[in-house]
Write a protein that binds this ligand. Structure first.
Ligand SMILES: CCCCCCCCCCC/C=C/C(=O)SCCNC(=O)CCNC(=O)[C@H](O)C(C)(C)COP(=O)(O)OP(=O)(O)OC[C@H]1O[C@@H](n2cnc3c(N)ncnc32)[C@H](O)[C@@H]1OP(=O)(O)O
Length: 279
């Protein structure tokens, strides 16, 4: 993927020179040190290998540019933040592809979860499974108050299982008992429920998600970076190290699990159900 610069937005000067890739738009504001990263992989921002790769490239570019201290993650696709991992990457492929794909999923989580940037999820659409995981890696989550925008780790509804580092991220956010129930039942929470259980930090009207994210960002960026970053690292490094210590085993575990005939059948049936629902 190549990073492309696009023309500055009207009346904005250089600080809003947008850049990004085909599937990840980046709207940087050098003056404030905040960039907005928008997933743009229609129709539902499914986390394809390409999107994951482009996301990692764009995130790394922002992390390496000391102008930026905070990033807001949001969606350019209406009604959906992200539909989660791209199911077509996990069925009907070969073990080598599954391994490559899973390595990219691990990489995105590792980079987001321990990022030195302030990360705020401006959740402006449905946020199941992998989409929910991305929001959980952020420091703060704001969800649009729309009953259609469900959020949760619903993997069991597909007949699959969220891996231990998905589980750990959820436990670190909503606690063990709430996670135990949510993961086993594959719960997708309504905004009010998500707020109540602590899955999101704020629920606001849809047209206030971004502005709320910007004002929360200002509060987090008022903290000296080094102190905040060391604290974030203290809170999250044990969780990250659990995956780092067994990344290859985790990949092999994923490949053998996802390659099972029963799992392949579940995923195919789930994809077909998604397509029928439109019919
Ligand atoms: C013992 C331990 C072992 C552990 C080993 C690991 C095991 C595996 C780990 C797996 C972790 C998985 C994480 C995931 O993220 S799996 C993905 C789960 N995602 C979902 O369940 C969401 C599915 N999608 C939806 O619910 C809806 O699409 C949504 C609410 C997001 C939007 O609805 P809307 O009506 O707007 O859009 P459509 O449903 O009509 O979809 C439009 C088209 O997009 C296709 N689609 C949707 N979601 C996905 C997806 N996730 N991947 C690929 N494609 C997707 C859908 O089929 C439509 O396609 P067509 O236009 O061609 O019909």
């Amino acid at each position: 993927a190549t990073i492309r610069r696009t023309e500055p937005t009207a009346g904005s000067g250089d600080s809003a020179r947008r850049f990004g890739t085909q599937r990840v738009l980046v709207e940087p504001d050098a003056a404030s040190g905040v960039a907005v990263m928008k997933f743009k992989n229609p129709p539902v921002n499914s986390l394809s290998l390409e999107l994951l790769t482009e996301f990692i490239i764009s995130l790394e570019k922002l992390e390496n540019d000391k102008t930026f201290r905070g990033v807001i993650l949001t969606s350019d696709c209406p009604r959906v933040f992200s539909a989660g991992l791209d199911l077509t990457e996990m069925c009907g492929k070969n073990p080598a592809h599954y391994a490559e794909y899973w390595k990219a999923v691990q990489e995105l989580w590792l980079r987001l979860y321990l990022s030195n940037l302030v990360l705020i999820a401006a959740i402006n659409g449905a946020c199941p499974a992998g989409g929910c995981l991305i929001s959980l890696t952020c420091d703060y989550r704001i969800l649009a108050d729309n009953p259609k925008y469900l959020i949760g780790l619903n993997e069991t509804l597909l007949g699959i299982v969220a891996p231990f580092w998905f589980k750990d991220t959820l436990v670190n956010t909503i606690g063990h008992r709430a996670s135990e129930q949510a993961l086993q039942l594959g719960l997708l929470f309504l905004p009010a429920e998500a707020l109540q259980v602590g899955l999101v930090d704020q629920v606001v009207p849809e047209d206030q998600v971004l502005s709320t994210a910007l004002s929360v960002m200002a509060r987090w960026m008022a903290i000296p970076d080094h102190a905040r970053q060391l604290t974030k690292n203290m809170m999250r490094k044990t969780t990250v190290d659990r995956l780092v210590k067994q990344r290859d085993a985790d990949i092999q575990n994923f490949v053998s699990f996802i390659s099972r005939d029963s799992i392949q059948k579940s995923l195919q049936m789930y994809l077909e159900k998604l397509k029928q629902k439109k019919g």
